[in-house]
Design a protein around this ligand. Sequence first.
Ligand SMILES: Cc1cc2nc3c(=O)[nH]c(=O)nc-3n(C[C@H](O)[C@H](O)[C@H](O)COP(=O)(O)OP(=O)(O)OC[C@H]3O[C@@H](n4cnc5c(N)ncnc54)[C@H](O)[C@@H]3O)c2cc1C
Length: 505
Amino acid sequence: MAPTSKKTQEGYSWTGSTGVRKGGLPCKGVVEPSTRIGSPAGHIHDAIVVGAGYAGLMAAREMTDHVLLLEARDRIGGRTYTVETDGILYEMGGTWVTHHMAFLFKEMIRYGMDRDLLLTHHAGYENDYYTLNVPGTTPRKMTHEEAGRIASRGWDIFVNVDGENCRKICPLPHSQLGNILVDRKDVEKYDKISCRERFEEIKHLLTIEESGLLVALLLHISGGSMENSSLWDMVRSHALMTYNSENFGPIWTTFKLRQGQSELASRIFQDATDHGLHYSFQTPICSINDLSDGQAQIIEVKTNSGSIHRARRVVSTVPLNVLRTVEFNPPLSRKRQEALDIGHVNFMTKIHAEVEGSGLASWNGMNYSNLLMFGYGDGVTENGNAHIVGFGKDERATYVPEHHPEKTIDAFEKLHPMKVKKMVFHNWITDPWSRGGPAWWTPEYMTKYQDELQSRHGNVLFASADWANGWRAAIDGALEQGFLAAHEVISETKRMFQSTFTSRI
Ligand SMILES: Cc1cc2nc3c(=O)[nH]c(=O)nc-3n(C[C@H](O)[C@H](O)[C@H](O)COP(=O)(O)OP(=O)(O)OC[C@H]3O[C@@H](n4cnc5c(N)ncnc54)[C@H](O)[C@@H]3O)c2cc1C
């Protein structure tokens, strides 16, 4: 695979000699030239798609004809993209893939990438163990298997709210509210509970190590606090892991695309442009105005630079925490506005580090009270150094990685002794086009707002991983949502043209 020469303006890198640098990182998701719009000014497209993350790419590819894609960034992929440097593909956001994610796996098969995988964990290097560091016990080394057993026991007790390992309360994780097996009211009861409340109920059943690892894991997954993270999203995740915590690793943190997420996204984008997709990158939009009347259906989408694009339908894939910055006319319902004002609570950190020597490529570990709570060994760079990925919870108040490289280095060193030589990362929190990581909801958010977030607003449809039915907060959920929106638009467009044609003859 030839290295790409395209460089994104996004992301950060750090070395001792350069300090923190923004952008300039090689990424094949960058689109050059940034614009392809063949239609004359004033042209009415069948649809405008806002956002070129996986939801937008899926929607655009499925519709293609007479579709315009508008994207704020210089690249495709949104919260999922790959940076190529030092012979390593650094996944800056969405990373891991599995055949348990149906929409994603179908795309991997379509583009011949389903067998072209890499493992995250590499056994056999010098530091082939897990380090556990939780308050109230002496930090210690253990095997990866022992750490897995400690994590599983805490998690299994935590999620088993119905005494049947979630099978009773969440039998159909792709239709959690309103399915044929469970009364919606029963689900709503559990949806009210926070991770904190559930933890207080079960903590007496756990050892200190199990408690510490469980809480760290919950915060790692939700990117929020124990108080503002919903128990239900953990129950849903357990159901999606086929009700088995042994699938945690294999489903969530094991397999990566060898050619990187940006390659898969590029193949979807290329497919769409081969079929006529028009696009404009580095084009943030600020308002969506529906001017439709009884005679014509026209929506105007205005960009920050003042251009106006017209279409009969709009598919907005703007993320949950960003959507409140877009003006709608007519205004959004009060309920949707309320949902956007609350937003989601995932403000996690993900940082890649190249560290001296290859030994830590086999290491995993955690330190509960550290800025980076988890570290995963993830391969060896072409310089023979280990690649470590660090994850932290919501530390916005005191820690901004691009401003505080010394805090990040300190955090890596507190996970395990190591010498950090280089760091690569994206700050999804300060990024104006994401304002957070993958969506994790507050207690009762699903009950109150899921239906509203998924509903359309006149001729505007909303598709995002942030309110997907199944794999919410994941690539699969983005693809699911893009697919659903596209097919709603396609059938309406067909009906519209059939009726125009019929009324002319
Ligand atoms: C650190 C991290 C790790 C993750 N790990 C995994 C993982 O391992 N596996 C997994 O499945 N998922 C993972 N996810 C989640 C996954 O990446 C996201 O759920 C998914 O990529 C979201 O896709 P989307 O299309 O819904 O939204 P996005 O990818 O955010 O796309 C929305 C697009 O809209 C654009 N946009 C926003 N505002 C405007 C505007 N005003 N005008 C024009 N364009 C605009 C944005 O620039 C963006 O490109 C991770 C996410 C993060 C951040």
